[in-house]
Design a protein around this ligand. Structure first.
Ligand SMILES: O=P(O)(O)OC[C@@H](O)[C@@H](O)c1c[nH]c2ccccc12
Length: 327
């Protein structure tokens, strides 16, 4: 069918154009493998070249490629027309940043976003007897201001069902969002916030997704890992919450000094001027770690492993802060 081929050719051209824009912003993660065109469209030489790009370069790229396939399939089952109707039935989004601020002034510690995460690609299974609702309740009892719920099934053994089951505290859907569809779906399942990763999303996508969040009264937590990502994101209008990930998602390397590095000097100044709240993410295990990122300027922290691994996640929070921060 020639029309189908023509459409494929067009999609491929648009894809290449998008990859170029992303690369120009320093984004190394490719949205999908370069599968190339039907062989009769390009010469055999180009076709071979394209297919060289069909192995993901690192775990983050592997996650994005499989997410792209997943979202495409999910969209077919639940197209926008269906989601739009369900949106009205969803419980309204709650003030995620407000909850963090409140916790920060109540405890004088950074507001805690506690993560409900069964497994991760870097650490494997973190907790065998994993009951998401029970863990969420323990987090709340222990004084967490908000929750982060992994929805990715393949790499984090999470799900949207887990998200839906946990609706007592402010919840953030933690997934590699690459498409607006995921924001719609997360909102329907009860999410108040969503994570957007600057290492994956070009500026225009971030801007677009922030608009959708605003429309749904959701909070976007925009995650950066290095100076370049920070400098891109800080210029985007309407961002209220920036996360600094101490974990490099391409290499898994952890370094909590990353939070400090990105908040020093002019960057720290700028973020304070703009009144943007900063979340210190990943690799926080001790009261000293919490004190370190707080000293660097964060008003909130996102913590998974060190809490979810504890038999009693509630007690885990008190251990992490060196103090009982429950009401
Ligand atoms: O388990 P840790 O080291 O406390 O990290 C939590 C959180 O920062 C981490 O899970 C995370 C940060 N950004 C992400 C993006 C996708 C998946 C997971 C994440």
């Amino acid at each position: 069918m020639p029309e189908v081929d023509a459409l494929k050719a067009k999609e491929w051209e648009v894809g290449i154009y998008q990859e170029e824009i992303a690369a120009g912003q320093g984004i190394k993660i490719r949205r999908r493998p370069a599968t190339g065109l039907p062989p009769h469209y390009v010469g055999p030489f180009e076709f071979d070249l394209q297919n060289e790009g069909n192995t993901p370069r690192n775990i983050l790229e592997a996650i994005i490629w499989s997410k792209d396939v997943e979202v495409t399939q999910r969209k077919e089952k639940n197209p926008y027309a269906v989601l739009k109707k369900l949106l009205d039935k969803a419980p309204p989004a709650r003030d995620f940043i407000g909850a963090l601020k409140k916790a920060n002034s109540r405890t004088s510690f950074p507001g805690l976003i506690a993560e409900v995460k069964k497994a991760s690609p870097s650490r494997g299974v973190l907790r065998e007897n994993f009951d998401p609702v029970q863990i969420a309740k323990a987090y709340e009892k222990g004084g967490a201001a908000c929750l982060s719920v992994l929805t990715d099934e393949k790499y984090f053994q999470g799900s949207f069902e887990n998200l839906e089951a946990i609706r007592n505290s402010g919840v953030q859907a933690c997934d590699s969002a690459i498409d607006a569809w995921q924001i719609y779906y997360a909102r329907i399942k009860g999410a108040d916030a969503i994570l957007l990763i600057a290492a994956v999303l070009p500026d225009l996508d971030i801007k677009y997704m922030i608009k959708i969040c605003k429309l749904f009264r959701m909070t976007a937590l925009v995650e950066v890992h290095d100076e370049r990502e920070f400098d891109r994101v800080i210029e985007i209008e309407g961002i209220q919450l920036i996360g600094i990930n101490n974990r490099d998602l391409e290499t898994f390397e952890l370094n909590i000094a990353n939070t400090k590095k990105l908040l020093e000097g002019e960057r720290g100044q700028k973020i304070r001027e703009k009144g943007i709240m900063v979340v210190g993410e990943s690799g926080l295990f001790t009261p000293a770690d919490i004190a370190y990122v707080q000293e660097a300027g964060v008003k909130a922290v996102l913590v998974g492993e060190s809490l979810v691994k504890q038999e009693d996640p509630s007690a885990g929070i008190a251990q992490l802060f060196g103090k009982d921060i429950s009401l």
